[in-house]
Design a protein around this ligand. Structure first.
Ligand code: SF4
Length: 379
């Protein structure tokens, strides 16, 4: 059988054969990332899990810290999720929790809510149990030192991949491309093609806050042309996909695709659903707000009313953020009124995510400059 034809995606990603439905949803920003625990016993040297989650037993739905099931469901609704990708840490280390979330999401959003899971652990009983609960797909992360024919020590990975079709679940392999391991990777891909897995995803190896010391220590370098990608990783992945004569689908997902396409699409969807009508939305998926902060302890609701009166806006044109102690309003209205206000006024650009990560903050009046520590003559 000849290899399926090559498709090019933005940001140097590419694939042959059909993309997994989970990958399609991810590219459209319709996949919620459910991080079920930061605990993991594998300790891969390239692990990218961020320091505030790494080896901590915490749950996040996208950027939202999860305390109750309602947090998970609300986050899924806030992006209009068509599916969920379960990750960690080691999700199979908390298999009861994973089963609970699979059942919760399927009950709430129906069987068509596509759920996939990443795992390093070739554990047939746990995966079979999750398949029974409704899991649609798993992606095995095969350790680099076992890449090859999956005989002897790699046998457990082979066994799971061979058995999975009888559990009624899609099975794939997802691994980072270590540039010096191209021969081993090619041998592994031939083995996976013989097994007939549903797909293989190759990820660009990339530097992160967590792994940079380990990667530098092992001689990896940043590719200056390619964001935080490791030099050589993209070239090997592209060669493998372009030259592939394998009949199974193979997909290379670049680190820039994850940021510029997947994340951006998710942000755009979230901004569309959650940003207040007075916010400006950018093509990058961020939102721009005018904000006014009190300069001392105040009765916040009463103070917000006086801000609105001074700016000259109605009750639908602003909102009070009690947690962050600020009034939010349209940036245009605030730009016009800022000089008249005695309180610090800023224009901020931030992510429309639960953690509302701020990208930029621009002072709009003298009080804001003073708060920002800028000494000026005559604003
Ligand atoms: S299995 Fe995943 S979470 Fe665990 S150490 Fe490896 S990369 Fe990190």
């Amino acid at each position: 059988m000849s290899a399926p034809s090559l498709h090019l995606l933005p940001m140097a990603s590419s694939y042959r054969g059909d993309l997994s439905p989970a990958c399609t949803q991810c590219a459209e920003g319709r996949k919620m990332v459910l991080f079920v625990t930061g605990l993991c016993r594998f300790r891969c040297f390239y692990c990218p899990v961020s320091p505030n989650r790494n080896q901590k037993d915490v749950v996040y739905a996208n950027e939202r810290r999860v305390v109750t099931d309602a947090d998970v469901l609300e986050e899924a609704r806030s992006i209009g999720a068509g599916g969920t990708g379960i990750t960690g840490g080691d999700p199979l280390g908390v298999v009861d929790r994973v089963e609970h979330y699979v059942r919760l999401l399927k009950t709430e959003f129906g069987p068509e809510h596509n759920i996939h899971l990443y795992t390093h652990e070739p554990h047939p009983e746990k995966l079979q149990r999750l398949a029974r609960a409704g899991l649609d797909e798993f992606r095995l992360h095969i350790p680099h030192y076992l890449w090859g024919p999956l005989a002897s020590e790699g046998g457990a990975y082979r066994a799971v991949l061979e058995q999975a079709p009888s559990w009624g679940i899609r099975r794939g392999v997802e691994i980072p491309v270590l540039p010096e391991k191209e021969p081993e990777l090619r041998r592994l891909l031939r083995t996976l093609d013989e097994i007939g897995v549903d797909f293989v995803n190759l990820n660009e190896l990339e530097f992160s806050e967590t792994n940079e010391d380990q990667l530098h220590g092992r001689g990896y370098r940043v590719d200056p042309q390619n964001g935080w990608g490791v030099k050589g990783s993209r070239a090997v992945a592209e060669r493998v996909v372009r030259e592939s004569s394998l009949s199974m689908p193979v997909h290379y997902c670049s680190s820039r695709f994850k940021d510029s396409v997947q994340l951006r699409q998710r942000l755009l969807r979230r901004a569309e659903r959650t940003a207040p009508s007075f916010a400006e939305r950018t093509p990058d998926g961020t939102v721009i707000l005018g904000i006014v902060e009190p300069d001392r302890a105040v009765d916040l609701p009463r103070w917000a009313l006086s801000v609105a009166r001074k700016v000259g806006i109605g009750s639908d044109d602003y909102r009070l953020d009690v947690a962050r102690r600020r009034v939010e309003l349209g940036p245009e209205a605030l730009r016009r009124a800022a000089r008249r206000l005695p309180w610090p006024a800023f224009e901020v650009e931030e992510y429309p995510t639960a953690d509302a990560l701020e990208v930029e903050r621009m002072p709009l009046n003298r009080a804001a400059l003073a708060k920002a520590g800028v000494v000026v003559g005559g604003v």
